[in-house]
Design a protein around this ligand. Structure first.
Ligand SMILES: N[C@@H](CCC(=O)N[C@@H](CS)C(=O)NCC(=O)O)C(=O)O
Length: 171
């Protein structure tokens, strides 16, 4: 199976949740980091200069044997399954999905402050996040863990446990 992950050249959870399980399981993939010129091309054409389809003109995109898959959750599940970090059992898989979807919710919350250019406004938005929404959401996530079981699902490490640290790197 030929795998390629297309993303920007920085560390962010959307790509790391796919890259890390593959790295850990020594599964070969092309780690394609695009330039800003390539991203402009994608925005205009819905594809890479080499013809690879970028379905929603957003990244990451996973290419499996020439077929493009978009959306972070979908990509994470495929990479998790291939690398053994996504459970087969229905409810355990649901426990993983609820964490990935919460990561998306948190991403939506922090996104406006990531885009804010005015440093004073940015600081105030970050303070608001740090005092309210972020502790609330991370509290919900912590409530899913117990003293006896430090993993989010399946009594072992899954892609749900891989996502939080890369998320922090870019906020
Ligand atoms: N719903 C998408 C969102 C992906 C997304 O927002 N990607 C960002 C980079 S982290 C992007 O491509 N932004 C540029 C744009 O939206 O034009 C997913 O879950 O993967």
């Amino acid at each position: 199976m030929q795998l390629k992950i297309i993303y920007f050249d920085f560390t962010f959870w959307r790509a790391e949740i796919a890259r890390i399980p593959l790295y850990i399981s020594s599964i070969k993939f092309e780690d394609k980091r695009i330039t800003s010129e390539e991203f402009s091309f994608i925005k205009e054409n819905g594809q890479m200069p080499d013809g690879t389809i970028i379905p929603f003109t957003q990244l990451p995109v996973l290419v499996v044997d020439g077929q493009s898959i978009a959306q972070t959750g979908a990509i994470a599940r495929i990479c998790g399954k291939i690398s053994g970090f996504y459970p087969d059992k229905l409810v355990e898989a649901g426990k993983v999905d609820q964490v990935i979807d919460t990561a998306t919710d948190i991403n939506t919350l922090i996104r406006p402050s990531m885009k804010e250019k005015d440093p004073i406004k940015k600081k105030s938005m970050r303070e608001e996040l740090s005092n309210n929404d972020l502790p609330r959401y991370f509290g919900y996530l912590e409530n899913l863990l117990t003293e006896d079981d430090e993993w989010f699902a399946d009594n072992k490490m899954t892609i749900a446990d891989i996502y939080p640290s890369p998320l922090k790197v870019r906020i």
